[in-house]
Design a binder for this molecule. Structure first.
Ligand SMILES: O=C(O)CCC(=O)C(=O)O
Ligand SMILES: [Fe+2]
Length: 327
């Protein structure tokens, strides 16, 4: 089963069946793994031996949920959440989710068990008013009663998230919207109570750890740094040809700056130093949290090229003094 995104007929596959055993519902949903996932017999437990009459438990025994059952559900759902996160972050070009990132992003999950008593006049009951979740994602298990609606964009249209047997509904939360710089939207949703049946839902709010600093991930930001640095270095080298990327620079250098003249060497060194210093600056930002400005990187590149050229051609230093003057 693949990973589907969207609601109802708008669902589209975002991961092929071979790469995930997940199925997306509202925003997303998961099917495999809980074959008999059906309220009131919720938690399959180890090898499906333990069956919990959750609906019964919530309604008749409110406030006294069995801790180990909730923990068991959390244990079951953790790898599902990890897989979902991996797929979602992959979708915004975040390929590596190491332990630090993982614990920052999903460090404070909470489980909420909700009971919506039936109401003969549902219009008079509150249910859950329109809101978006502040979590990273919310994984929601609903029974077969229905009543959860998601707002379509900004309009007044609400789509019913029809319960699918054995499926989990996954909502994008505000935190993921921020991390993704709005590429994923945290949908507004609401719940209407039913006129003749009680409704139960079990929610896992996957929250970042309390000390995590949330902002758009670097991978989703347009990075202008490389372009800015290279354009300055190109000008410094008196290269007039239009080429704004390092890729095009490497191609140019391979073709046009092959010889052993000091000019060719200067150009080759400058491109190599540009690649190296941009890479170093990225690493320092990622691993040390140090921000190096493009002016700082340009200065480092020029200094290094100048040193290389001086060590190779001290006698022609005067000829390319204008390079040094740009330092
Ligand atoms: O009960 C539901 O289906 C949704 C509840 C909800 O959206 C929430 O508690 O944030
Ligand atoms: Fe919600």
């Amino acid at each position: 089963m693949g990973l589907l995104c969207g609601i109802g007929h708008q669902r589209k596959e975002i991961l092929p069946s071979s790469s995930a055993s997940l199925k997306f519902g509202t925003s997303l949903s998961v099917r495999k793994g809980l074959p008999s996932l059906q309220l009131p017999t919720l938690i399959g437990g180890s090898q499906g031996k333990i069956q919990v009459a959750l609906k019964h438990m919530i309604i008749s025994d409110r406030g006294a949920f069995r801790r180990h059952q909730v923990l068991e559900y959390m244990n079951w759902i953790k790898p599902v959440i990890q897989k979902l996160l991996e797929a979602l972050l992959n979708g915004i070009n975040v390929k590596q989710i190491d332990e630090v990132k993982e614990s920052a992003l999903m460090g404070s999950p909470t489980v909420t068990l909700l009971h919506y008593p039936k109401c003969p006049d549902p219009d008079l009951a509150a249910g859950a008013g329109p809101h978006s979740d502040i979590s990273l994602i919310t994984v929601l298990l609903q029974d077969d009663v229905g009543g959860l609606y998601v707002r379509v964009s900004e309009g007044d249209k609400w789509i019913h998230v029809t319960p699918i047997k054995g499926a989990l509904v996954v909502n994008i939360g505000d935190v993921l919207q921020i991390l993704s710089n709005d590429r994923y939207k945290s949908p507004e949703h609401r719940v209407f109570v039913n006129g003749s049946k009680d409704r139960i839902s079990v929610l896992v709010f996957v929250n970042p750890s309390s000390d995590a600093i949330i902002g758009p991930l670097h991978e989703v930001m347009e990075c202008n740094m490389t372009k800015q640095v290279w354009l300055q270095i190109k000008k410094w080298l008196c290269i007039t040809r239009a080429m704004s990327t390092i890729k095009s620079a490497l191609k140019y250098i391979k073709k046009e700056a092959r010889g052993t003249s000091w000019q060719s060497r200067a150009k080759r060194s400058a491109v190599a130093c540009t690649v190296y210093h941009i890479w170093t600056a990225r690493n320092r930002r990622l691993f040390e949290g140090t921000i190096v400005t493009s002016d700082g990187i340009i200065r480092e590149i020029k200094t290094q090229v100048y040193k290389i050229m001086f060590s190779l051609y001290p006698h022609v230093l005067g000829q390319y003094e204008h390079l040094a003057l740009g330092l």
